[in-house]
Structures are given as C-alpha cells and as structure tokens.
Design a binder for this molecule. Structure first.
Ligand code: NSS
Length: 430
C-alpha cells in the first residue's frame, strides 16, 4: 500500500493508501470516530467506524490525543461535504507516539502563551499558511532578480563596522577584537556592483532595536539589490516592479493560504506600477493638513507613516529626506544639498515603511567627510572609500524587509508571526 501526501489524495480516489501524520482534532459519536489528520501538506478527515475495523484498531483511534503521530490506512473517498473534498475511510492504524496533553488547544490563547510555545504554535493552520506565503514571497523575489540578470552575492554576517548607525549594533568578541552582526549587506553589495553591475544579497540582518513596536525585530531578513549606473529614479522603478510582481505571484499561487488566514485581498489585487511619489516636503505638508504636529527635519514615526500612506490606494514613495535623518552614505541632491536622494516606500493599510534605499555618495571627498561627521572609525571604512578611488560611478540600491512585507501581504497586526522564530527586545526563546 502506498504512503501518500494529503495534498495528493485526489489522485487516489477509491484506492487504499497510507497517510503518515499527526492528529489535529478528534470527535466521536460512540460508534464513529472522526479524526482530522495533518501531514504538513494539508488536512483530511479520517472516519473510523466500529465494526468496519478491528476492535483493537477502533480502541486505538479512541485513545488518540491531539498531535499523536500515526500512520493511518484507509480508502480515499470523494465527498463534497468534506473539507478539501476528500475523506479517508479508515481500515487500519499504527500509532507511532501518543502525544502528551498538548498545551495548545483549538481555543484561543494569549500571544505571550503562544510565543513561549512557538515551536508548537507553528503547527496550526494559520501559522503554516503564513510560513507558506513567506516561502512564496522569498521565491518570487529571487525569481524577479534572477530573471533580470542580477547576481546573488552573499554578504558577511560578521562585520567590522556599522552601516545603519552605531546605536543599534550587536557586538561580539572576535578573537582579540570586536565584530558586529551585520545590520545590512549594503556596503558589500556596493563593492559587488562594481564587479558585476547588478547584484543582490538576501540574508539575516541584526539590529539592537530598543523599540517594542509591531514592526521591529532584532533579527530580520532583508533583500538588498545594488545597481551600478542607476540613479534614484531608476531605483524606484525596480522597487515598484518588484513589489507588484511578488504580490501578484502570491495572489496566484497562495489562494488557499490567503483564505485560511482570512486575508481580504481586494486592495492587494490593485497593486500595480507606477506608485505615487511625493517628496519629504510634500509629506510634511500632508501631515500638517491632516492636523499632525510635525517639524521639518525630523524623521517620521510609525503614526506619521500611517497617516501619509492612508492618503493613497497604492504604496507611496517618499523621497528626498533631510540628509540629517538618513545614513552617512546617502548622496545629497545636487540642486538642494540639505536633502538627499533617498526614498522610503510606505505600504498602505497602516503597514508603513517596507523599503529604504537611495542613491549613494560616489565622490571620495564627500564620503570621507560624512564618515568623519558621523564619528565613524575611518580605518574600518578604508576599503569602502576605496570603491570611490577606483572607477567610481553613480549607483543606487535598496533594502526590502521581508517580515514587514509579509505582514502587509498577510494583513497581520505584528511582524512576529511572519518569521518562524522571532527575536524581539524581550524574546530569544525558543
Ligand atoms: O534601515 S533601512 O531602512 N535601510 C537599510 O538597511 C539599507 N542599508 C538598505 C539598502 O539600501 N541596501 O532598512 C531597510 C528595510 C526597512 O524598510 C524595513 O523593511 C526593514 O529593512 N527593517 C526592519 N524590519 C524588521 N525589524 C527591524 N528592526 C527593521 N529595521 C529595518
């Protein structure tokens, strides 16, 4: 008898098969036991009827607890009323392990309770649907860049210097010196873009963020493309194409999962380029019109971003921030040097910034003076400045945070559910 995945039972109607999985739920009406089995590929109802299987097997079915691991034999029946359209008429059962009383029942639990048991929480239909969507998002991102001729370059995780400011660095002993966990692969992608033209890295990044918000993790995954000979405008075009491509792919490929998590996909369906673009100055005006107190020169907070994004159906680019609120490498606008050729992409529905990027300083002297102004240790950036000594060219790039993107696509109210094992200000377990 063949062992099959639940996702493939449609190919075995009226045949006897084995399904290896876990007991998700059990109901009994005395002479009939209904088991919901899950195997990672799907869920199926297995029906055990007294008298149709051995008394021993029926007794075993009766004793199963939630999450017990089993191999069930049965005949696949097409049944319109069954969830998924099929059920299994049980003919036999092998128990692999009877699970202890499972701490996560099918009723509601608080988030802290679930977070403490994240390794088990992952087994629920909602969490597996989110992780499958995350998988599709990552795959679609990779396909997008690969199809456009970008080369995947892996950036180091242990680094000698900061990319996004020294206040959020995690440090670690590195033999006789100190290393920092990477905040961003950007500086290395700039080097790689000078070698290969169009490159991207995709990896974990780390920030000792003291903020306890719905969009901050201390370990998150970021995709960071970098392109030689591309200016701010070209950079934004790639971003809007990428975001639209990924969303359309998820809508096509992950319909069931979006349904499982009850995502209303109406607004996602309209996400197509071009996205609106407003300057920081215009953004400040909008905030003032909406009655938000905000002083030119500050950075936007989460609440400000929500107000701004609410004015648009599509994600909106905010470009030309004051240089003083952005990282040291941002190229000043030649026409107005107090602002820089940066842009953030703000997602709708209250999700806020999902991308940060911009055009980089390509002039050696200016870069050196910025590194000084930011009090960064020059020795650690010697190699980076060297990129401006040997064939410097205009270049741009950006970073898309996977968790914030997935949170938006899934309509979640916190990024913690978008990553298998979230690392937060007060959580590093399990
Ligand atoms: O700090 S960023 O705005 N930009 C960079 O790191 C650049 N070095 C990227 C580049 O140009 N190559 O972060 C980029 C994105 C941001 O828009 C978020 O989506 C995400 O990274 N991000 C985070 N996600 C989750 N948690 C935290 N703490 C976080 N910080 C940034």
């Amino acid at each position: 008898m063949q062992t099959v995945n639940i996702s493939h039972v449609a190919e075995y109607v009226d045949e006897e098969v084995k399904i290896a999985g876990w007991v998700y739920n059990k109901r009994s009406s005395g002479s009939v036991i209904f088991l919901i089995l899950r195997d990672g590929t799907g869920f199926i109802q297995a029906v055990a009827v007294k008298g149709e299987i051995s008394d021993g097997d029926f007794q075993t079915c009766d004793e199963l607890t939630q999450e017990s691991s089993v191999v069930i034999s049965g005949k696949v029946r097409a049944d319109k009323r069954a969830p998924g359209g099929f059920e299994l008429a049980v003919t036999g059962i092998e128990v692999v392990q009877i699970a202890d009383e499972y701490p996560i029942s099918l009723k509601k639990h608080g988030v802290d309770f679930l977070m403490e048991r994240r390794h088990l929480w992952l087994r629920t239909p909602r969490q597996t649907a989110i992780l499958r969507i995350r998988h599709e998002v990552i795959k679609a991102i990779r396909d997008f860049f690969d199809e456009q001729g970008f080369v995947l370059i892996d950036a180091p995780i242990l680094t000698p210097s900061a990319c996004e400011g020294t206040t959020t660095l995690f440090s670690t002993e590195y033999f006789d010196s100190t290393a920092y966990l990477s905040q961003s692969g950007q500086l290395y992608m700039e080097a790689a873009a000078m070698a290969l033209g169009k490159v991207y890295c995709f990896g974990p990044t780390f920030r000792a963020e003291k903020s306890k918000t719905r969009r901050h993790l201390t370990e998150f995954w970021m995709v960071e493309p970098e392109m030689a000979w591309v200016d701010l405008d070209g950079n934004l075009k790639v971003q809007e194409e990428l975001v639209s491509y990924v969303i359309q792919r998820v809508l096509e490929e992950k319909k069931n999962e979006l349904e499982t998590i009850k995502r209303d996909t109406g607004r996602l369906e309209n996400i197509k380029p071009p996205f609106p673009r407003i300057s920081y100055d215009e953004a400040v005006e909008i905030l003032h019109k909406c009655g938000v107190e905000f002083e030119w020169g500050n950075d936007f907070g989460g609440g400000d971003e929500t107000v701004l994004a609410e004015q648009f159906e599509l994600p909106v680019f905010v470009h030309r921030y004051p240089s003083s609120v952005k990282a040291f490498y941002m190229k000043p606008d030649p026409e107005r040097p107090e602002v820089c050729l940066s842009a953030d992409l703000l997602a709708p529905e209250g999700y806020g910034e999902i991308i940060g990027g911009g055009q980089r300083i390509d002039d050696l002297e200016l870069l050196a003076s910025r590194i000084k102004e930011h009090n960064l240790p020059e020795e650690a950036y010697e190699w980076y400045m060297g990129l401006r000594r040997y064939g410097s060219v205009p270049h741009s790039g950006f970073g898309l945070g996977i968790e914030r993107f997935v949170a938006w696509i899934c309509g979640l109210d916190h990024v913690r559910e978008t990553i298998p094992f979230p690392r937060l200000l007060n959580r590093i377990y399990p």
